[in-house]
Design a protein around this ligand. Structure first.
Ligand code: NAD
Ligand code: MG
Length: 411
């Protein structure tokens, strides 16, 4: 990753922020942080998929230049609703390509990429191509297209700031010149240590997992998150996606990315150095901390999160992940090792499996089975273009949708 600090100090003026996925958990937390800095950040564009009512309220509160709904019918409804507010000049636009338009807009300075899933790929990529500061929460886009995404960032001079709490923690623990062309600091790093709470089923026996309900899977012990990432945490696919994310962000071989279970979610991740030192970032489990870090970098700004109280904290514990029980971790490592379109197949099959679980079409334990089947059955050519990634994503989803509900996977 390349960071040009002098550039930042040259232009310490009001920044226009586009929030892709503003109605989600990360989007709302971003607005909460921004609310504390009316002279530093201006909300330029807000986007959602179909949540008309939530976006309507956000438009009334923030009066952005653009409001985007990727569903065109929903955009029409929002536009009609806003007609009675003559003081509001927000332009409402619709369709998936509008996401790319606001991400690339010449007046956008910062893009919070917080759409969930592969649906965020093209808009995140568009921000990368147009040299924006990208606050990357949408890990799926990096998993799908890692090498291409990182090339766009390098070629355009984008600043890529990870918002995922683990990668943000690692960013904070790395040497300041890490990744710059003249630096040799990467040689001093022996390991990146990703911590993970282990999710709601850390201590549930493997036999009991087949009866898990959507509500139980979404009941994360420490974090409040959207439905998809909550289920990914329950299967530990979230940690699998994060291994791949870390490899791309920090140009690390996957063998040097270790997962450690830390049920209290106080240490958000660590970097181990050649001299035996380990640097860690700690904090309460609140996404406003990494979001504020990304918005303020290289300064630190108030996040509004609660501070740690060491005297209330009983203990910090650590254990090895159970790769047998949480097979998604193994599948993610394997997909990354195979490279090409395999990480995109991993992601697409996980999204289809999670959606099917939410819709009560398959059991919780079918999720890893579906992913395993996709990785073994789907094989598409990768020619280092985004089109080959999109094709693999599309074909894999189509294949699995035909299978689900059949003899193999049904309730
Ligand atoms: P969420 O489900 O709460 O919100 C998702 C947002 O994406 C909503 O605004 C929704 O309207 C939008 N969206 C969904 N489908 C879309 C589509 N097809 N087109 C356009 N927009 C669409 O999700 P979240 O928890 O805020 O997570 C967002 C991203 O951040 C995910 O990639 C997740 O992995 C990552 N992340 C989240 C957390 C967390 O604590 N929530 C932590 C780390 C990383
Ligand atoms: Mg995370």
């Amino acid at each position: 990753m390349f960071f040009y600090i002098s550039e930042y100090f040259k232009s310490n003026i009001m920044k226009n922020v586009t929030i892709l996925g503003s109605t989600g958990t990360i989007g709302e937390n971003t607005l909460n942080v921004i609310a504390g800095f009316p002279s530093k950040f201006n909300v330029f564009a807000l986007t959602a998929n179909k949540s008309i009512e939530k976006l309507y309220r956000q438009v009334l509160d923030w009066r952005p230049r653009y409001a985007v709904l990727s569903c065109t019918n929903s955009a029409k409804i929002l536009s009609d609703k806003l007609k009675s507010h003559s003081a509001i000049k927000t332009e409402v636009i619709g369709g998936p390509e509008s996401l790319q338009f606001v991400a690339a807009h010449e007046e956008t300075d910062y893009v919070m990429a917080a759409i969930v899933g592969g649906a965020g790929l093209l808009s995140s990529m568009s921000a990368a191509r147009h040299g924006k500061r990208i606050l990357l929460a949408n890990k799926e886009s990096l998993v799908m297209s890692g090498e291409l995404f990182m090339n766009e960032v390098k070629n355009s001079g984008s600043q890529l700031l990870p918002i995922d709490s683990e990668h943000n923690a690692i960013f904070q623990c790395l040497p300041f010149d890490y990744g710059s062309p003249k630096s040799s600091s990467s040689a001093s790093i022996t390991k990146l240590i990703l911590t993970g709470s282990g999710g709601p089923f850390l201590n549930t026996s493997a036999e009991k997992l087949s009866d898990i309900s959507v509500e139980q899977a979404c009941n994360h012990p420490n974090w409040v998150m959207g439905q998809k990432i909550s289920i990914d945490s329950a299967t530990m696919m979230n940690k699998g996606l994060e291994i791949i994310e870390a490899c791309h962000l920090y140009d690390m071989p996957s063998e040097k990315v270790e997962v450690v279970i830390h049920p209290q979610s106080i240490i958000h991740s660590m970097v181990e150095y050649i001299d035996g030192s380990v640097l860690a970032q700690l904090g309460t489990p609140d996404m406003k901390i990494p979001i504020a870090y990304g918005l303020g970098w290289p300064e630190r700004i108030c996040s509004g999160a609660e501070f740690l109280d060491f005297y209330r904290m009983k203990s910090l514990t650590f254990e090895k992940p159970d790769y047998e029980k949480f097979k998604c971790l193994t599948y993610a490592r394997e997909a990354y090792r195979q490279g090409g379109v395999y990480p995109a197949i991993l992601n697409a099959s996980n999204e289809v499996a999670v959606e099917s679980f939410i819709e009560n079409k398959v059991k919780f334990t079918h999720i890893p089975e579906i992913i395993d089947c996709a990785l073994n059955s789907c094989s598409f050519e990768y020619d280092s273009t985004i089109n080959s990634i999109l094709r693999a994503d599309f074909e894999c989803r189509k294949y699995l949708k035909e299978q689900i509900g059949g003899k193999k996977w049904s309730i």
